[in-house]
Ligand binder design. Structure first.
Ligand code: R5P
Length: 290
């Protein structure tokens, strides 16, 4: 890929380096300066080839969306004709309908913004629930939605040979089913009712829980309340252990300590979001797709 440039920001440099090794190119930095009033200034390499791969995950999304709004047109001014956004975590996908009249359907509007900025999007486990395909979310752009479910499942299977992969809600069926298919492990999903940002109720499926090694799998953990409630329910029903494997470890605030307090043992994630629980790299998946 010598006629391509891989651009990345400092906070994702670890993933950028792995991706660069797999693609056979050195990542090049986008420098950021934050002015006292909060405005951003970016500096890109002075000359760019026609094909540019721009790595920008959207954890802590609002600021990063502004970075994208600056970086993509700047890259075009510096020579890029085709920009592929590698966005390991694609934010704003959960608000896919107006749950109450008047609500902005964030998924659609952020999708339209990305469609305006870039020519291709590669992402991992986007939260697509009621919408079947990313192509309808980001219209006119070549979209590739990869999944880390198999590689996370293999990580789990090597450490919990008799695990039950448990999704905390119906939406997680797509990820636990893939992981189960790849590993031969059992899987099931719970039912979840969300009453507020940090208020969820979980109902376990009707299974024999005594002595089970449960691994909760989900695409994203944010406040961690979903995992806490599911773990407490499993342990209360007699499970031997509960560990966690998620693609996107957002873990805001005290989420991790809440998980530990709920009796969760291991917390495993991918490097789709930079986090100290990341044990599985998505770089090979991304490089193969590119
Ligand atoms: C939504 O359905 C997602 O898959 C996650 O279950 C959810 O975003 C987790 O949020 P929290 O960690 O705040 O409970």
């Amino acid at each position: 890929m010598s006629d391509s440039a891989l651009l990345a920001f400092d906070d994702e440099w670890h993933l950028a380096s792995s991706l660069g090794v797999h693609m056979g190119i050195e990542p090049r930095p986008i420098e950021r300066h934050r002015f006292p009033d909060g405005e951003l200034k970016l500096r890109l390499p002075e000359r760019l080839p026609h094909r540019v791969v721009l790595l920008r995950g959207l954890h802590q999304p609002n600021e990063k969306l502004v970075e994208l709004m600056l970086a993509a047109p700047a890259a075009r001014e510096l020579g890029a004709r085709h920009i592929t956004l590698v966005c390991p975590y694609l934010a704003y996908m959960r608000q896919d309908i107006a749950f109450r009249p008047g609500e902005a359907v964030s998924q659609r509007h952020i999708g339209a913004l990305l469609a305006h900025l870039v020519d291709g999007v590669v992402t991992i486990d986007p939260h697509l629930h009621r919408i079947a395909s990313l192509d309808t979310v980001i219209p006119g752009v070549r979209c590739t939605a990869l999944s880390a479910a198999e590689v996370l499942g293999e990580w789990v299977a090597a450490r919990r040979t008799d695990a039950l992969l448990l999704g905390p809600d119906e939406e997680s069926q797509q990820w636990v089913a893939r992981a189960a298919l790849a590993t031969g492990l059992d899987h099931a999903v719970c039912r979840k009712q969300r009453l507020g940002d940090r208020d969820v109720r979980i109902v376990l499926p009707d299974l024999d829980w005594a002595g089970r090694q449960v691994v909760l799998m989900d695409d994203v953990a944010s406040t961690g309340r979903t995992l806490v409630e599911a773990a407490q329910a499993c342990l209360g029903a007699g499970a031997h252990s509960v560990d966690v494997a998620v693609t996107h470890a957002l873990f805001v605030g005290d989420a991790q300590s809440q998980l530990r307090a709920a009796g969760i043992g291991e917390i495993w994630s991918t490097d789709a979001v930079p986090h100290d629980t990341a044990v599985v790299s998505v770089a090979p998946l991304l490089a193969a797709a590119l």
